[in-house]
Design a protein around this ligand. Structure first.
Ligand code: SAH
Ligand code: SF4
Length: 441
């Protein structure tokens, strides 16, 4: 989501006359877009600001002004505190106020130090111009599109409901317009984003409330839009129509990121996830019977307050039962202001590390098994960029793994059948059919 937000901040600033530069030393304005989800987020920002102070000072010696901004969820959580603690910062802007950036920048360039962390009622993206076609065309054939923001679930470990605010869905018509403009500029794969994307319930163009499934069916109608994905989903919002979309829509890729966090009912309850481990197992069975070729991904937290060896073993068992193609796992860190933070941080760090290592070993084994099961198969790859090796292109499989293939650059942005020959650590290797090579050259 921050990648998408950063691009949209770029769009808002382009309107104010700014153009991007690849070199920080050349920038008149630097905005750090920050994430607050896990520990030490604020510390990382302050140490980065320390580095930027040197840059700002050395540019000042040559008579150049450098404005420094902090955006994102650390900005939202820390607000004024950032201005107090870091003299180098000129502006602080929370994630719901990016439409105000041009104004904030012009005030900051006049010497004012500005902080904006309001949650306005309207959709900030209504007030940011659409990304110009020629800019979109430079961003590759895949794009993110935010459809939903914020969260009302209040899992006890999580800051999102506080930093991103209440759950809000954008209007379907606006999303469809934005998607059409993306496709017109050459985008072929769109990933719909939301903190709780499958809770999407936006106003539809027909006056009814649209679910995420309904939105996906409408997007799948857009000519030239070949692939759809969405992330991140909550198990409780995996509705029947969304499961059916996985069965019915060829454009909807067979990949699902469905975090469960833990496999112990006691811990799930303490986390306020509001489902049991078995309910998750049954849900996965239903999704897999709709789409048997699905790659499942997840998020896990180890060391939530009160987590015993048995609770952790329940998580391991859930992972063994479900089998993930890919996953993210984290040590629990208390986040200020969340109910979890009041429970203390009772699991010693050494125990958390031990559990994380064991969990990650199992998840890596499952990822390797999934990737190995692709060897010998032939499927479409959407080529996104040139690879590290000369003559190589990198694309994505339907299951999101990068696939490295020797292929001419003329095949960038195209979908080509590739036969997988080998698996690497996080990526696959494959070959094109001779016919495709002949046509391309
Ligand atoms: N909406 C998603 C999660 C978004 S946050 C969901 O409901 O599952 C992304 C991930 O960060 C979470 O899935 C969780 O695994 C991790 N995370 C969030 N807060 C955390 C904390 N306090 N400590 C450790 N990991 C955390
Ligand atoms: Fe955080 Fe996800 Fe829970 Fe919302 S559903 S509070 S974003 S973990």
């Amino acid at each position: 989501m921050n990648v998408y937000d950063s691009d949209r901040m770029g769009d808002a600033l382009a309107q104010a006359g700014y153009a991007p530069t690849a070199e920080a030393a050349e920038a008149d304005l630097i905005v750090l877009n920050t994430c607050h989800i896990r520990e030490k987020a604020a510390e990382k920002v302050y140490s980065e600001l320390g580095r930027l102070r040197k840059l700002k000072d050395s540019r000042a010696e040559t008579g150049k002004q450098t404005l420094i901004g902090v955006a994102g969820c650390v900005a939202q959580a820390e607000g004024e505190e950032i201005i107090k603690r870091a003299g180098v910062v000129d502006l602080v802007v929370g994630p719901q106020s990016y439409q105000a950036l041009p104004d904030l920048v012009s005030r900051a360039s006049g010497g004012e130090r500005v902080v904006l962390t309001e949650f306005p009622d309207e959709d900030k993206f209504d007030h940011i111009p659409q990304t110009p076609k020629k800019v979109l065309a430079t961003r590759g054939p895949t794009a993110f599109l935010t459809v939903q923001e914020g969260c009302d679930k209040f899992c006890t470990f999580c800051v999102v409901p506080y930093t991103r605010g209440a759950e809000v869905s954008r209007d379907a018509a606006k999303i469809l317009d934005e998607a059409r403009a993306m496709v017109d500029a050459g985008v072929r794969e769109i990933t719909l984003l939301g903190q709780n994307v499958n809770a999407y319930h936006g106003a539809g163009p027909d006056g009814s409330v649209w679910s995420l499934a309904k939105l996906l069916y409408a997007l799948a109608e857009i000519d030239g839009l070949w692939r759809l994905r969405y992330t991140t989903s909550h198990p409780r919002d995996m509705s029947d129509d969304l499961i059916a979309a996985h069965r019915d829509l060829p454009a909807l890729m067979p990949y699902l990121h469905l975090p469960v966090q833990a496999g112990s009912d006691r811990i799930l309850k303490a986390m306020n996830r509001r489902h049991t481990a078995d309910a998750y197992r049954q849900l996965i069975d239903r999704i897999r019977s709709a789409q048997p070729d699905l790659a499942l991904s997840g998020d896990f937290i180890v060391g939530f307050p009160g987590e015993t060896d048995q609770d952790f073993e329940d998580t391991m068992q859930l992972v063994r039962d479900v089998e993930y193609a890919q996953a993210y796992s984290f040590k629990y860190s208390p986040r200020p202001g969340t109910p979890g933070a009041e429970l203390g941080d009772t699991v010693p760090d050494a125990v958390k590390s031990e559990r994380l290592t064991a969990l990650q070993a199992l998840l890596t084994e499952q990822q390797q098994a999934f990737q190995a099961s692709r060897v010998g198969r032939r499927f479409d790859v959407l080529f996104e960029k040139v690879g590290r090796k000369p003559g190589q292109l990198v694309g994505r499989s339907p299951w999101l793994q990068p696939v490295n293939v020797m292929a001419p650059e003329s095949l960038l942005r195209t979908l080509q059948p590739v036969t997988i020959t080998e698996t690497g650590t996080n990526s696959l290797f494959g070959t094109l059919d001779d016919v495709a090579l002949d046509v391309a050259s």
